[in-house]
Design a protein around this ligand. Sequence first.
Ligand code: SER
Length: 314
Amino acid sequence: MSTKVLIIGACGQIGTELTAKLRATYGRENVIASDIRKMDSTVVTEGIFEVVNALDYNQIENLIEKYEITDVYLMAALLSATAEKNPAFAWDLNMNSLFHVLNLAKAGKIKKIFWPSSIAVFGPTTPRDNTPQYTIMEPSTVYGISKQSGERWCEYYNKQYGVDVRSIRYPGLISWTTPPGGGTTDYAVDIYYKALSDKKYTCFLSENTALPMMYMDDAIKATISIMQAPAENIKVRSSYNLSAISFTPKEIAESIKKHIPEFAIDYAPDFRQAIADSWPASIDDSVARKDWGWQHDFDMERMTSVMLENLAKK
Ligand code: SER
């Protein structure tokens, strides 16, 4: 059976680039992008697009039947900072959308699920440096609690019902195509926009707050590669640690100054500082590297060059 893909939440920061890559990989006619509304985006204009509410089981089921979908990528979620402002809705969206696709797979209607987890599954009691795959996990944010619970349910559905669900714990993702939507790591995208437009940036995290980060091309590569790996290679059915680079606001500012010498940064930490302080500074992803051959391509300097070059054109 050939692969037919449904992406839920296709117009977001990850969804936009994932949709383009999946269309290039499987052919436009085999990729159905969906989101809660039609947006002004290549996701809508360059292929099949459907409006779908990730909380509506029947709508998702109808799309799966209509297009004979085999693989679902569930990218709809509220991120860490937004979730703190609306905990009940974050829990509802992040958990129930996952249950819908897990139950559709359990019912035999789809073959494979990709569901993103996050470094937010870790918490203040987790070892902060080179955080291992298996360690203490006591997340203190609503977002982290939803991702940690989701991981447990993914593993449960795999063990109990044989559901082929695959997941990675994304670090902060940096990209220029579509802005991020309400995360704690968003500063590492905003800073490039402001460096070009204002030559200065006020950061909502303090200068020495190190967090795990990744350029979007690497994240998309990881996503498609874990989905294409043979099922027996995917030994972790909760979620894989995934890592590329780790830096502080001060370090990313230094890398921007190499291109824009007059760039200046100052710091005004807000409520997101406490979220960042509860997360790892760096991640050990050796299990993903061993099980399905993960490796990253972008370091910070390369990422900075690509970001500034593309945003300047934009
Ligand atoms: N980038 C996300 C956030 O900051 C982490 O998964 O919420």
